[in-house]
Design a binder for this molecule. Structure first.
Ligand code: IFG
Length: 500
């Protein structure tokens, strides 16, 4: 049945009204002010609604308003909505979506999309009707960082696959995509001053396939595509460990001047840059300079995880030198939790992933330095964990993670002693040792990533599994319509009726 309580992530505040709004062939999408950015947001909403309705949905300036229109407007009347919140009024005579900043209109448009029946996601004309119950909504995110990480190093994924993943992230109001661009098995981004990194380092992958890499033009296009959907791309070059691909590409980077063979297995912790060689820091300065130039966002992720092949004192000195190089290129350093062994600059960001005392201690040490922490506990957010022992993809070193377990936690209570003020948000890593195709990514990511999106966006109050699992079930027909190969967890009452 028609309800406003169907959105993921859960809406912050909903007041049901009388009657309903019907989207008809006469509807227009109007924007105020008529700026390129607002027309682009209105245009993206039109693109989402045109295929299944068959309606023209012309874009036009916001006055005069005509009954039946969808009206998007920036107003400074409501600064309490912040930079990503919005207010949505659904009435018989039209939809009015207002926000303090354009991102809020983009997120309100995702809500309008989800308030329409699942059939709206079909790419061919459906019978309708296209009705939404009347009511008013005020919605704004809880955390600033609502992210997903995609490992394109273990297995390479095409620009089109990454764009498709971005489309799904945007639909659930995520706003960060962390790309794990380099590891032992592959280097995936062209660096013009060290061309063999991509040519040789990008020429294989786990299992021995031919791998691949993004040219700087392709990467810039991905950054643009993501930004148009209000997602900031965060590039990661993992170091000093997880560096076999770089070491295989340049003999001079190795202590003995001999390049190791390319690695196509799935072990970790065996490689290290030569932290005592000055060439290593000239190399990293070149790499990080080119990456910074490709990154309009403020962050460069330098990895830092599982540096078992680097002596700890050398590791600490290395992280402190690299942190300074990142700052010289006017970026903020992000690192996995191990970087908190070093003294961090206050603008640093630490990504927590090990849900054990040593991980908790590192996250709290980071907060002591004034750093912010992103929560990616492997037992909750690692999308490469198998759902259960029968899951054909993924690993289970952190345990099996079914849909309810992935949903039932809160970032502010997960790490003992970590102040809520130091929590930037949450991020769901998808490591691809066992994932080769987009269908593999979709199977591991959905439904769990939808729950993580809700943890990142929705208030903690009123967010609970028994309500969520019913809303989640109604997304099954949406994912079927979008061709998303999701895992039909037995924990949700999946519905089959696309009319819902
Ligand atoms: N740990 C490694 C990843 C990946 C992962 C697979 C981190 C930070 C195990 N590092 O998670 O490279 O191999 O689950």
């Amino acid at each position: 049945m028609l309800t406003l309580n169907r959105v993921i992530p859960m809406l912050a505040a909903v007041t049901p009204g009388e009657g309903l709004f019907a989207l008809t062939a006469a509807a227009r999408i109007t924007v105020t002010p008529e700026t390129p950015e607002l027309l682009a947001i209105g245009g993206r909403l039109a693109e989402l609604l045109r295929p299944a309705t068959g309606f023209a949905l012309p874009l036009t300036a916001g006055s005069p308003q005509v009954p039946g229109d969808i009206h998007l407007a920036i107003t400074d009347a409501d600064p309490a909505l912040g930079s990503e919140g919005y207010a949505l009024t659904i009435a018989a005579d039209g939809i009015t979506l207002t926000a303090h900043r354009p991102a809020g209109l983009f997120y309100g448009a995702q809500t309008v999309r989800q308030l329409l029946p699942a059939a709206i996601e079909q790419q061919s004309v459906q019978p309708g009707p296209w009705e939404i119950p009347a009511g008013t909504i005020r919605d704004a995110p809880r955390f600033a960082w609502r992210g997903a990480m995609l490992d394109v190093a273990r297995h390479f994924f095409s620009v089109l696959d990454v764009q498709r993943y971005i489309d799904l992230l945007a639909a659930y109001k995520l706003n960060r995509l962390h790309l794990h661009l380099a590891d032992d098995q592959g280097w995936r981004i062209e660096i013009k001053s060290w061309p063999n990194l991509a040519h040789h380092g990008g020429s294989s992958q786990v299992g021995g396939g031919r791998g691949g890499y993004y040219t700087q033009a392709e990467y810039a296009a991905l950054v643009r595509y993501a930004l148009d959907r209000h997602i900031v791309i965060v590039p990661e070059i993992d170091m000093p460990g997880h560096t076999n691909a770089a070491l295989a590409a340049y003999p001079e980077l190795n202590g003995d001047g001999i390049a190791p063979p390319r690695y196509t297995g799935t072990e970790v912790g065996f490689s290290s840059l030569c932290t005592e060689k000055e060439l290593t820091y000239r190399f990293l300065d070149d790499v990080l300079r080119e990456l910074a130039a490709l990154t309009p966002g403020p962050y460069l992720h330098i990895g830092g995880d599982e540096a078992a092949a680097t002596p700890e004192p050398a590791y600490i000195r290395f992280i402190e030198r690299v942190q300074a190089i990142v700052a010289q290129h006017d970026k903020q350093m992000i690192g996995w939790e191990e970087v908190a062994k070093a003294t961090l600059r206050p603008e640093a960001v630490v990504q927590f992933w090990t849900p054990r005392p040593e991980g908790y201690a590192l996250a709290c040490a980071a907060a002591q330095d004034g750093a912010q922490v992103i929560l990616s506990p492997a037992t909750k957010t690692y999308l490469d964990m198998q759902y259960d022992p029968t899951t054909p993809l993924g690993q289970h070193w952190a345990g099996y993670v079914e849909t309810q377990a992935a949903y039932n936690w809160d970032p502010t209570t997960f790490i003992p002693g970590l102040p809520a003020a130091n929590i930037l948000g949450v991020e769901s890593p998808l490591w691809t040792e066992t994932a080769e195709t987009f269908d593999d990514l979709a199977f591991l990511a959905f439904p769990r990533l939808a729950g993580h999106a809700e943890i990142g966006w929705s208030p903690a109050e009123g967010r609970w599994w028994e309500d969520y699992r019913v809303r989640l079930a109604a997304h099954g027909p949406r994912w079927d319509a979008l061709g998303v190969n999701f895992y039909r967890s037995p924990q949700a009452p999946w519905t089959a009726d696309p009319k819902k």
